[in-house]
Design a protein. Structure first.
Length: 312
């Protein structure tokens, strides 16, 4: 997959794609349906399969003081899209200038003239252009005028209603990662670079790989059974483990983070990128009377996580 961050001056190989367009936060089942329709369009037009998305997320530009809401950072989204076979990721810089384009100018300058798309797929609730004035139906009309096909995808229904990023956030906030996974079509993953921490876990016999969750919607704080993909470095591979998400009441971190203990692993992951999949919520955060009590509980958490993961 090639990532293109702009829409002007593109090589011929990066123009003319059949694209799915949206924010794709979570890349859930509804997003995957949109991408699958674009895939069929790519085959029909003998064109690359592309995704148009925006970075940062528009809500981060218009409501910078709002609580963190993203299910994925850009790295996690790109990883997931690559696994779905996307060939061109158009990660357009979302700026005030881009947001000021009215719907017709966006369709003409970005989609038709800039990217030269042959086919665009959007969800039925898609809005675009200045003040979100453009609708999916308007985009279809513009496409007919400007030379590209537009398909409007129906919303995907789950067992409890429409699949949406909002419903997935609710499931994660309530400590229901399996319900979130059912709507996502994959485990919810936190992806990022392993950072240096206070190394207290090493002293306790539980060395952890620490990552920031700044900017992401926080799942329920507590301990999880997890699957871990090490994406870079000499230890690349898939591991099982247990992770703590939150502020660690006994030690009180300044910002919430995720600390992951990889079972049966001995190596240095500092500076490497890992992907941590939340499989099952084990317990909430707790404050313990002593380090010995904490270690005993961690032993129990690890044993329970091993059993859950062995049954997958």
């Amino acid at each position: 997959m090639r990532t293109i961050r702009g829409w002007t001056g593109l090589d011929a190989d990066d123009r003319g794609a059949s694209v799915a367009m949206g924010n794709f936060d979570g890349v859930h089942l509804g997003h995957q349906t949109v991408i699958d329709i674009a895939r069929r369009g790519a085959a029909r037009h003998a064109a690359p399969l592309g995704v148009i998305t925006f970075e940062p997320h528009p809500r981060e530009v218009f409501a910078p003081q709002a609580p963190p809401f993203r299910l994925m950072n850009a790295e996690a989204r790109a990883n997931r899209l690559a696994k779905l076979g996307v060939e061109r990721l158009y990660e357009l810089p979302f700026t005030r200038a881009l947001s000021s384009l009215d719907p017709e100018r966006f369709a003409r300058e970005v989609l038709a003239d800039g990217l030269g798309v042959c086919h665009v797929v959007v969800g039925a609730d898609f809005c675009f252009g200045r003040k979100r004035a453009g609708t999916a139906v308007m985009l279809r009309d513009f496409g007919a005028q400007m030379g590209f096909d537009v398909t409007i995808a129906d919303l995907v229904e789950g067992k409890d209603g429409a699949v949406s990023s909002t419903a997935i956030r609710t499931a994660l906030s309530e400590g229901r990662p399996r319900d979130a996974a059912a709507m996502l079509g994959h485990w919810h993953r936190i992806v990022g670079e392993v950072q240096h921490g206070d190394k207290r876990g090493r002293d306790l016999g539980y060395p952890t790989a620490n990552m920031s969750i700044t900017g992401l919607h926080p799942p329920r704080f507590g301990v999880y059974a997890v699957l871990v993909d090490v994406l870079t470095g000499p230890h690349q591979g898939t591991y099982r483990g247990a992770a703590s998400v939150g502020i660690r009441p006994m030690f009180r971190t300044d910002e919430p983070n995720i600390e992951t203990f990889l079972f049966d692993f001995d190596g240095n992951l500092y500076g490497e990128h890992i992907s941590v999949a939340l499989v099952e919520f084990l317990r909430g955060e707790q404050n313990f009377d002593s380090l010995d009590a904490l270690i005993t509980r961690m032993d129990g958490d690890s044993a329970r996580a091993r059993a859950i993961l062995a049954a997958l």
